[in-house]
Write a protein that binds this ligand. Structure first.
Ligand SMILES: NC(=O)c1ccc[n+]([C@@H]2O[C@H](COP(=O)([O-])OP(=O)(O)OC[C@H]3O[C@@H](n4cnc5c(N)ncnc54)[C@H](OP(=O)(O)O)[C@@H]3O)[C@@H](O)[C@H]2O)c1
Length: 328
């Protein structure tokens, strides 16, 4: 079964579940039955921390989770996000005013069918808006009104993360960290630990690339962001393959395999993340219950040998770091 790590006064599963895939076409089609099987597999493996967002499938990810909770009676610590809705009547800047943030939160509560959101996160909103700090007051107000238990931010860069870490009352920072984005640990991890701020690790498998299952012939459907955003055509390139060009990523896989012990590469890539104590939970997304079960097994493994960490870091410094695209 999965191990747990501390998040404030709760124990959350160190492998969580990312649910961008549920009810959203950004990964191709995933039907409701499979979505329920994914959630069931996660719950049965001991998982209790789920990450979603109001924009995933424009509410469909939250609604699917809400229906599953209602039908199964199983409960989770749910982290959602706000700030990227494009259907808001007044447009982007108004998304960050208290009325809009309250409305988005109430809609998420409604979709999820729960009374309080465990963690509300700002969804990669512009740094300029973060710097004005009003959004943090709004989150504190939503917390005071008990709509949310904790609040945090999902960010793109270490600079943004370090800025947010200084904000009174912040509970969590969500950031991309994986074998293709190793430097993130350098400054942020020790500071987050000092301040007792949780670290939620997204895109841990570089959108599946780090499972080693893709090759030159792999084709993604036109609705899949690994097709339409492979080079950042639609949104931040870092959110797709964590910013590594697909063909370079493919060439790196055999080099990673050579360094790693024998085993399932996706599981080893997740284990590598868990070996960093400052990490609170890793949230791989999944397109099948089998993937969920396999990913959860990373929690049962022993840490990777130190020598493996050193070699993977050297590979990163010499052959990966300079090729990552997107702000970090
Ligand atoms: N801005 C933000 O805040 C933001 C941005 C991105 C993601 N997120 C969150 O972070 C979560 C995780 O990131 P992500 O889903 O983008 O990327 P990811 O976790 O790196 O990759 C997920 C994909 O990897 C493949 N996969 C997963 N487990 C596998 C296994 N055991 N074997 C083989 N392939 C496997 C699946 O691909 P196939 O579909 O090809 O099977 C799956 O869809 C998201 O679901 C979302 O909750 C947040």
């Amino acid at each position: 079964m999965v191990e747990f790590r501390k998040f404030k006064s709760e124990n959350i599963s160190e492998i969580g579940l990312g649910t961008w895939q549920l009810g959203s076409s950004d990964w191709g089609d995933l039907n409701r039955e499979t979505a329920f099987e994914i959630l069931e597999s996660f719950y049965n493996s001991g998982g209790n921390f789920i990450d979603t967002a109001d924009v995933y499938g424009m509410g469909n990810s939250e609604k699917t989770i809400g229906s599953y909770i209602k039908e199964s009676g199983n409960i989770f610590f749910i982290a959602t996000k706000l700030g990227r809705r494009h259907d808001s009547p007044n447009g982007w800047p108004q998304n960050f005013e208290i009325d809009a943030m309250r409305r988005f939160t109430e809609e998420s509560l409604n979709h999820l069918g729960i009374d309080q959101i465990y963690l509300q996160q700002l969804h990669c909103i512009p740094f300029d808006v973060l710097k004005k700090k009003a959004v943090f007051d709004h989150l504190r107000k939503l917390q005071e009104d008990k709509l949310i238990k904790y609040w945090g931010v999902s960010v793109e860069t270490t600079e943004e993360a370090l800025f947010c870490l200084e904000q009174e009352g912040i509970a969590a920072i969500q950031i991309i960290f994986n074998l293709f984005r190793q430097h993130v640990a350098e400054e942020l991890f020790s500071k987050a630990r000092e301040k007792n701020v949780a670290l939620i690790i997204r895109v841990p498998l570089a959108s599946g690339l780090l499972s080693g299952k893709f090759d030159e012939d792999t084709k993604f459907s036109t609705q899949d962001h690994r097709n339409y955003n492979a080079n950042g055509e639609a949104f931040n390139v870092g959110e797709t393959f964590s910013g590594i060009p697909f063909d370079r990523g493919l060439k790196l896989i055999p080099k990673i395999v050579e360094i790693m012990p024998q085993g399932n590469l996706a599981v080893l890539a997740l284990r590598w993340i868990l070996d960093h104590d400052a990490v609170s939970t890793v949230i791989p997304g999944a397109s099948s219950p089998k993937q969920v079960k396999s990913n959860m097994s990373a929690s049962e493994m022993a840490n990777l040998p130190e020598e493996v960490h050193i070699k993977l870091r050297s590979l990163y410094d010499n052959e990966i770091k300079n090729f990552i695209r997107g702000p970090f």
